[in-house]
Design a protein around this ligand. Structure first.
Ligand code: CUA
Length: 326
C-alpha cells in the first residue's frame, strides 16, 4: 500500500511520467487539457498533505493513548472546539478549491474565438463529424489543425454516448434530443486516441475515435481533398463493386457524386483516406474489409451494418470499389 501511495505521489507531483499509452490522461496535450490537469495537481497535492497529517495523528493517537496493563485507554466525548476546527478546515479547503474550479468551468464553457466548428453525432457505434464551415462529412477520424481551438457541437442519434479524447480534453455526454458543447486544442501534430465513455450497448467498447492534428497548411489540404466528390472507378472489378454497392449499401451510406445519399451509416465519399473503419476499430486494409463485409456482427456485436450474404467474389468487388474512394 505504501508503495502505491508513493507512486501516486510521484505521478501526481509530476516527478515520474505515467505515459502508459495513447489514452493516458495523466500526460496531457493542449491548453484545455492542461487547465484541467493543473486543477487536479493542486487538488491532489492538498489531498496528500491532508492524508499525511490525518494518518500521522491517527498513528500518534493509537500509540500514545493505547491500552496498557493497569491503565484504561483514554476516552473522551464531545469537544466543541475540536469539532468546530475539524469542520472549518475542510470547509475552507473546499471553498478555496472551488474558486479555481468554478473559474475553469466557466472559462472552458465559453466558445473560444476563431474556433473550427465540428458537429459530432454519436451513433451505434461510431462517430459522425460534420465540418459545418467546410461542407465536409466524415466518420470516426477527426482531422484538426494544430494551434486552433476546435468547437464541438455534440448530438446523440439514438442512446446516450460520451465523447472523450483523454489527452486533449475531458468527457462530454452526447444525449439524444439535447445539444452539448465542448472544445479542445491540439498543440502538436499527431494522432490522439479516444473512445465513447458512456455504456451504450454491445459495442460500447468498440466505439473508438481518433483525432489527427495537422499543421494548418496540411489541414487545409485535407479539407480541400475531402470537399471533392468521388470519381467513378475505371478498374473493371471496382466498377462491378460500385454496381453492387449501389444496389445494396445505399439504404444507409452516402458517397458524394453518386446516387448514394443516405445518412444512417458513415459517409464513404473518402473512405480509403481513413486509416481505420467501423468506429476506428479495424485498420483499413483488404483483409479486414473482407472480414467486416462478410459478417459484420461476428466482429462487432450490435452493429447496425447488416450481413447482405454477398458471395466472396462480390465482396472482393465491393472492397475494390471502396479502395478507390480516396
Ligand atoms: Cu457509445 Cu458507449
Amino acid at each position: 500500500m505504501l508503495g502505491t501511495l508513493v507512486l501516486f505521489v510521484l505521478i501526481g507531483t509530476g516527478c515520474v511520467t505515467s505515459d502508459v499509452g495513447p489514452q493516458d490522461y495523466m500526460t496531457v496535450e493542449g491548453p484545455v487539457a492542461r487547465r484541467a490537469d493543473s486543477l487536479w495537481n493542486v487538488t491532489f497535492a492538498i489531498a496528500v498533505i491532508v492524508f499525511v497529517i490525518v494518518q500521522g495523528l491517527l498513528v500518534y493517537a493509537i500509540v500514545k493513548f493505547r491500552h496498557r496493563p493497569g491503565r484504561q485507554a483514554a476516552q473522551f466525548h464531545g469537544n466543541t472546539k475540536v469539532e468546530v476546527v475539524l469542520t472549518l478546515i475542510p470547509a475552507l479547503i473546499l471553498a478555496g478549491l472551488a474558486i479555481p474550479t468554478v473559474k475553469a468551468i466557466a472559462d472552458l464553457s465559453e466558445k473560444p474565438e476563431g474556433a473550427l466548428n465540428v458537429t459530432v453525432t454519436a451513433k451505434q457505434f461510431w462517430w459522425q463529424y460534420e465540418y459545418t464551415d467546410h461542407g465536409v462529412m466524415t466518420a470516426n477520424e477527426m482531422h484538426v489543425p494544430t494551434g486552433q481551438p476546435v468547437f464541438l457541437t455534440l448530438e446523440g442519434a439514438d442512446v446516450i454516448h460520451s465523447f472523450w479524447i483523454p489527452k486533449l480534453t475531458g468527457t462530454q455526454d452526447v444525449i439524444p434530443g439535447r445539444t452539448n458543447h465542448m472544445h479542445f486544442q491540439a498543440d502538436e501534430p499527431g494522432e490522439y486516441y479516444g473512445q465513447c465513455k458512456e455504456y451504450c450497448g454491445l459495442s460500447h467498447a468498440n466505439m473508438r475515435l481518433r483525432v489527427i492534428a495537422h499543421p494548418p497548411a496540411e489541414f487545409e489540404r485535407w479539407v480541400a481533398e475531402q470537399q471533392e466528390e468521388a470519381e467513378d472507378p475505371t478498374d473493371p472489378l471496382a466498377q462491378e463493386g460500385q454496381e453492387i454497392f449501389m444496389q445494396t449499401c445505399t439504404n444507409c451510406h452516402a458517397i458524394a457524386g453518386t446516387d448514394a445519399k443516405a445518412t444512417t451509416a458513415p459517409d464513404l465519399t473518402h473512405f480509403a483516406s481513413r486509416s481505420t473503419f467501423a468506429g476506428a476499430m479495424f485498420d483499413n486494409n483488404t483483409e479486414n474489409l473482407r472480414t467486416w463485409i462478410r459478417d459484420p456482427l461476428a466482429v462487432k456485436p450490435g452493429s447496425l451494418m447488416p450481413d447482405y450474404g454477398l458471395s466472396e467474389d462480390q465482396i472482393d468487388a465491393v472492397v475494390a470499389y471502396l479502395q478507390t474512394l480516396r
